[in-house]
Design a binder for this molecule. Structure first.
Ligand SMILES: [Fe+2]
Length: 155
């Protein structure tokens, strides 16, 4: 006989899809921010910054696709509406900002992402091992992003 506790209720699934869509929205914001910052880091002396920001933009795009794929697999609809997040985290006057300021902003965003994934994991542990593994993989990549940015800040 099926264990009724092993089957997600619609409410459980709806909550998990909402959490995954929030994570997806933050990925889209990160793609935009890293892409803008890669463009700001022009010039030979900033090649390393440009390369790192560009690489992170591509990684964040990959994360967004993997999250959107998983949302679809779970029967949800990926939501790319990031209006609320844009007003908080994506609109800055870029003029006059130093590369150190850009690095600090990205490091802060990575740390928020790391905390977000850590907070999300208990909602999937024991209920959805596929999504849990995905979130653990994305968490590890965000930790690598934060380490790379911290290394640049400490140079
Ligand atoms: Fe990241």
């Amino acid at each position: 006989m099926a264990d009724p506790h092993s089957q997600p209720t619609d409410a459980d699934l709806g909550l998990r899809l909402t959490l995954l869509n929030a994570a997806l929205a933050s990925k889209v914001v990160n793609v935009r921010r890293y892409t803008r910052h890669a463009l700001l880091a022009q010039g030979a002396c900033h090649d390393t910054m440009k390369a790192v920001f560009g690489l992170h933009a591509r990684d964040e795009q990959d994360h967004a696709l993997r999250l959107a794929d998983r949302i679809q697999q779970l029967g949800g609809r990926p939501d790319f509406n990031v209006g609320g997040l844009m007003s908080r985290g994506d609109i800055h006057d870029e003029d006059g900002r130093t590369l150190v300021e850009l690095l600090r902003e990205n490091l802060a965003a990575e740390r928020v992402a790391i905390e977000t994934y850590r907070d999300l994991l208990p909602s999937f542990a024991g209920k959805d091992p596929v999504t849990r593994r995905l979130l653990e993989e994305l968490l590890a990549e965000e930790e690598a992003h934060a380490s790379a940015l911290l290394a640049l800040l400490e140079r």
